[in-house]
Design a protein around this ligand. Structure first.
Ligand code: ADP
Length: 668
């Protein structure tokens, strides 16, 4: 393996007190096939001094030394951290001693009569190999230690908890954050122990089930993250810290999971911020809700007397008046109409904000609607000297299905604005088909004017609520800035789109595109019949339960047109008295909010098991100014048959009365 050409001169130390053995050794080593330098020590203390000054490749040690034995010297060398390989030389028959020496760190032994060149070189070579291997091991060990301490530094540098369990649920390692946090948690949870044995932690009673379940899951190879409040007691409150914990399987060389590494991050702060945000958000929602409820209530309250004003003014207009008085009555009507539009806008807007808008889905004649639109605005455009044109593409189907009332509302807003902001030129409404597929069509309606226009910078803002293009708009033209916000919402809630193109001084075009389905003419015919039958209710005895004198009066005037004399009760209790006395009442119109006894209470009494009324099954139609679904539900729950919103649309109220009394056929 080695040759005489090897440049290395092996440094050997022989420790032996026997002159003859020394000479034999020297002779043999000279003939050995290796360059070498042999130093000789005759006793242990000499050897110790020598070893302090020089490093050897191999030590040959005679077992028997004066004053001591080779075993003691060997132990001393190891104590002094001298790891040079030691080969022991014994006399024949001392094998037991040799074994003892090997146990204490000698790497080889041979008897003195084996001393020959070949044997010695073999011993030296194997000593050197061993020594090399040992040195490699030491380097590797040092590297491992260095790596470990680097890893440790990383583990210790984080405030997060890092810990690991073996597959028997023993805690096998953890960083100091883990230790500190767990100790803190234990103290918080009332476990006041001077010294906590962390090995107990995983089996702590309260945490045991959870943690073991997670470790088991992870041992199956799954990596996952959970969010939990960590506590060692059963109490968890706002102060209990939140941890985001990731479980990672530890995979060994064989690819098996034999442990779980866990990483826990304290997210209490984050969680707190989240909760604060959520709270703030909920408060904001509640505030918005309160606001829209307030708006809704206010507009509702204002609407009730408004309807009396408008209803009575309408009735007045049917009388004969001298010109100046007629003008005044017309002015009252005009102002009241305007005011109602504003109030309705606010009510609509608050409904949209509260997400409470509902849409009809009925057949209607689009050309008929457009004719109504013309009728409504013709007068005003003529007055202003503006040309007003409506065109409908021939391909637009006769009957479509959707919400005609909302379409009216959208177009009334856009045309109303066009007239308001135009002083000369023309206003045109063009109805075309945007797209068509099977029975679905997109109706495209463009409302164009030659008015003042809207600067580009304002074009997106005007769709926001309470926004007008110029601050002096209100002064010059009036308005609340709600119209376009409502319009846009009504279009979008029907899955449509609205767009604008405008140039200052030239005019503005609003284009809406709304999807509808194709309708059927026969449905319309039925609707028309209903209207034509609006005539005679004289054969019915109808009891109106209503506390508001104005409302009573207005209702009476309407029913007079239908040749009916309403019977009036001022509240629920009065209605019960009447119904207990009279058998001939055909139907009850019931207001809901009343003093003494509300409409809900009265309905309960009428439908009650021991009722005093003559006809407990009498049809009851609720009348209320609020149109919320919730109210409708409560009405039906209270045992009433139906619901009509105030101000009632005469046709609607009429057809419902007919439906529930069935004394008059719908068909002529
Ligand atoms: P308002 O009730 O104030 O009219 P809208 O929401 O309907 O509220 O309109 C918002 C603003 O958009 C108006 O105040 C006006 O400045 C601008 N605007 C709307 N339509 C037109 C138009 N056809 N021509 C010019 N400006 C318009």
């Amino acid at each position: 393996m080695n040759s005489g050409t090897d440049a290395h001169v092996y440094q050997l130390l022989l420790i032996d007190d026997d002159e003859v053995d020394v000479i034999t050794f020297q002779r043999a080593i000279k003939k050995a096939d290796l360059a070498n330098q042999v130093d000789i020590c005759y006793n242990a203390s000499e050897a110790l001094i020598q070893l302090g000054t020089k490093t050897y490749d191999c030590i040959f040690l005679d077992y028997l030394l004066p004053g001591t034995d080779g075993l003691q010297l060997l132990r001393k060398l190891r104590d002094m951290n001298i790891n040079t390989p030691v080969a022991v030389m014994t006399s024949q028959g001392d094998e037991k001693i040799a074994v003892e020496m090997i146990k204490n760190g000698a790497f080889d032994y041979f008897t003195k009569n084996e001393i020959n060149p070949d044997k010695l070189s073999k011993v030296v070579f194997s000593a050197v190999r061993l020594w090399d291997a040992e040195r490699q091991r030491q380097i590797a060990e040092k590297q491992i230690l260095e790596n470990n301490s680097r890893l440790n530094a990383i583990l210790e540098s984080t405030r997060n908890l890092i810990y690991a369990f073996d597959k028997n649920f023993n805690l096998i390692s953890f960083n100091s954050s883990f230790k500190e946090n767990i100790e803190h948690l234990l103290r918080l949870s009332g476990f006041v122990k001077a010294d906590i044995n962390l090995a107990d932690i995983p089996l702590n009673k309260e945490r045991k089930e959870d943690l073991i379940a997670h470790i088991e899951r992870c041992l199956l190879g799954e990596q996952f993250t959970i969010l939990q409040q960590l506590s060692f007691s059963n109490i968890r409150d706002a102060e209990t810290p939140w941890y985001e914990t990731t479980f990672n399987p530890i995979v060994n060389d064989l690819g098996e999971v034999d442990g779980v590494a866990i990483y826990s991050q304290d997210v209490t702060e984050k969680k707190k911020i989240e909760q604060d945000l959520l709270k703030a958000k909920n408060e904001a929602i509640a505030a918005a809700q309160t606001k829209s409820e307030f708006l809704s209530n206010m507009s509702h309250e204002i609407r009730t007397p408004m309807n009396a004003i408008i209803g009575l003014t309408e009735l007045l207009l049917e009388e004969e008046f001298e010109a100046p008085i007629l003008e005044n009555v017309k002015s009252i009507k005009y102002s009241a109409d305007n005011l109602l539009v504003i109030i309705n806008d606010i009510l609509d807007f608050s409904k949209i904000e509260a997400g409470k808008v509902t849409f009809e889905n009925i057949d209607f004649d689009i050309r008929h609607r457009m004719a109504e639109l013309r009728k409504t605005f013709e007068h005003r455009t003529k007055e202003k000297g503006i040309n007003f044109s409506i065109t409908i593409e021939e391909a637009v189907p006769e009957i479509i299905k959707g919400d005609p009332f909302r379409l009216n509302q959208i177009l009334f807003n856009l045309v109303g604005n066009a007239i308001k902001f135009t002083s000369e030129g023309q206003i045109s409404v063009d109805v075309t088909i945007g797209s068509k597929k099977d029975d679905k069509i997109n109706l495209k309606i463009a409302v164009a004017d030659s008015g003042i226009g809207i600067p580009l910078s304002q074009q997106s803002k005007i769709f926001e609520s309470f926004t007008q293009a110029n601050t002096d708009t209100t002064r010059k033209y009036g308005g609340t800035g709600l119209g376009l916000a409502i319009t846009k919402n009504l279009v979008q809630l029907q899955n449509g789109v609205i767009s604008i193109s405008s140039e200052v001084g030239k005019g503005t075009t609003f284009t809406v595109e709304i999807p509808y389905t194709l309708g059927e003419i026969k449905n319309i015919e039925e609707n028309n019949k209903k209207v034509t039958t609006l005539a005679d209710l004289s054969s019915l005895n109808i009891l109106l339960v209503e506390d508001n004198i104005m409302n009573q009066f207005v209702a009476k005037q309407f029913f007079k047109k239908w040749k009916n004399e309403l019977i009036i009760a001022n509240h629920g209790a009065e209605a019960i008295t009447i119904l207990a006395a009279r058998e001939d009442i055909d139907l009850v119109l019931m207001d809901l909010q009343m003093p003494e006894m509300s409409g809900f209470e009265a309905a309960a009494v009428i439908r009650g098991t021991n009722t005093v009324v003559k006809n407990p099954n009498i049809p009851i139609i609720a009348l209320s100014a609020d149109a919320f679904l919730e109210t409708r539900r409560k009405v039906i729950e209270a045992g009433m048959n139906d619901y009509v919103t105030k101000p009632f649309k005469p046709e609607e109220l009429y057809s419902k009365i007919v439906k529930y009394t069935q004394k008059i056929s719908l068909l002529e």
